[in-house]
Write a protein that binds this ligand. Structure first.
Ligand code: FAD
Length: 399
């Protein structure tokens, strides 16, 4: 057990120092809340094979919270998004220039992002337990977390940010709607034959979308290839040369010859949504509350938006000297976030199904939208929104 700080009743205890929990921990501590963290992660922070696309809205939120730019995180500007249909012909392009912006967001290494956020949160010196939270007890006046190593942390509010398989959510008895896509995302670093020029490419294939996201090196991209579970297993077992050939066959020649570099990681894809995000003395945030298909690169962006809303709610409760764990305070957070998270879950799910659908009329519609008008309104609005282009500041922006 590693503990850095005092005992007694804290304002907030957070379980889970992924990107969302670490961001909350830092921001609430800076705003004068006494915050404790319980996080199972004990290993070193290092680069992961997986990247995350951060929307402009997330970058703005992080910057407002003093968390962007981040030391050790080298962003790659996302200047445009190019979408191809199953035939590889149709095109839908979203360009930052159309918005009068320099970029649509940034691509970052997810492991480094998490590591840098954790480092910022830890530097503030609140109690930090590097071990699993095992048991939750809620009383009228507070919540107590029992950790694996025998530690006990008490606070007026518990924030569960312990990810999609949240055991805290389970212990709290929050029902969750969960759906396995039967798809697995394969992630790897890819060397490109042609420079990416800051463009992310996404092609919708019969078994799922395949995306190449630009990395800081102009000839490297991060692959996120969502495909049927068995196909992912087969692809993962191929030699580097055979995998590169399969990827080239799937993706086409848009970026020249493709070569895989290093490890191929796999992530089984699941959609989930908690029936409610809050209850007496607790709130769920990030993947613990909702998990969406990665095709629009939105999971952690939604989590940062949760964090932003929760910080605003808790801050305004404090200015009225209201208990941060009260139902009334927490419901305001839930009301603010639920509709957007649910909408994103539904739309990503529909897009994933629509592009995989074999029926010709579905493809006729998608093809028309992609080829002829370059402006299939629903899809375009969705991706622009996903890139943060349509998200404005809220009243909760930090002081
Ligand atoms: C292939 C793939 C690509 C993606 N691409 C994007 C993208 O481009 N853009 C985007 O926005 N999102 C993307 N996402 C989604 C994004 O990665 C997640 O939404 C995000 O990581 C969730 O962060 P989190 O902090 O909520 O949870 P997590 O990252 O799951 O963190 C949970 C933390 O809780 C800790 N923990 C768990 N249980 C306990 C316990 N009992 N006690 C103590 N600690 C505990 C864990 O150790 C961990 O540190 C992608 C996801 C996948 C799978």
């Amino acid at each position: 057990m590693t503990m850095t700080g005092g005992k007694g009743m804290l304002d907030v205890v957070i379980v889970g120092a992924g990107a969302v929990g670490a961001c909350l921990c830092h921001a609430l501590s800076v705003r004068g809340f006494e915050v404790g963290m319980v996080d199972a992660e004990t290993g070193d922070e290092r680069a992961s094979v997986r990247t995350s696309a951060l929307s402009r809205a997330s970058l703005r939120h992080l910057s407002d919270l003093g968390l962007w730019p981040l030391e050790g995180v080298e962003p790659s500007a996302l200047r445009a998004l190019q979408i191809l249909d199953r035939g590889g012909r149709g095109r839908l392009r979203f360009d930052s220039a159309d918005l009068g912006e320099e970029d649509l967001g940034a691509i970052v290494n997810h492991g480094l992002l998490e590591g840098a956020l954790r480092k910022k949160a830890r530097a503030l010196g609140g109690p930090w337990y590097r071990e699993r939270a095992e048991e939750v007890t809620i009383t009228d006046s507070g919540v107590e977390i029992a950790t694996k190593g025998g530690g006990r942390v008490r606070a007026r509010l518990l924030i569960a940010a312990d990810g999609a398989q949240s055991t805290i959510r389970e212990q709290l008895g929050v029902p969750v709607l969960q759906y396995r896509y039967g798809q697995t995302a394969l992630c790897a670093d890819i060397r490109l034959g042609r420079a990416h020029e800051g463009v992310a490419w996404q092609r919708f294939l019969a078994n799922g979308p395949c995306a190449l996201l630009p990395l800081p090196d102009a000839h490297r991209a991060s692959l996120i290839w969502s495909t049927a579970d068995q196909e992912a297993q087969r692809l993962r077992a191929l030699s580097d040369a055979d995998f590169a050939r399969a990827l080239h066959d799937a993706f086409g020649d848009h970026l020249g010859p493709l070569r895989v570099e290093g490890e191929r990681a796999r992530f089984p894809l699941v959609a989930s949504h908690a029936r409610y995000y809050t209850g007496p003395r607790f709130a769920l945030a990030g993947d613990a509350a909702h998990r969406v298909h990665p095709l629009a690169g939105q999971g952690v962006n939604l989590g940062f938006a949760d964090a932003h809303a929760l910080i605003g709610t808790l801050q305004s409760a404090r200015s009225r000297s209201t208990d941060p764990g009260s139902r009334r305070v927490l419901r305001a957070y839930e009301r603010e976030r639920k509709a957007e998270n649910l909408a994103m879950l539904v739309v990503t799910d529909l897009l994933n199904r629509a592009f995989r659908d074999n029926r010709t009329w579905v493809h006729a519609i998608l093809g028309t939208g992609l080829n002829v008008t370059d402006s299939l309104p629903l899809v375009k609005t969705f991706f622009m929104g996903a890139a943060g282009a349509t998200t404005s500041r809220t009243a909760h922006d930090a002081p």
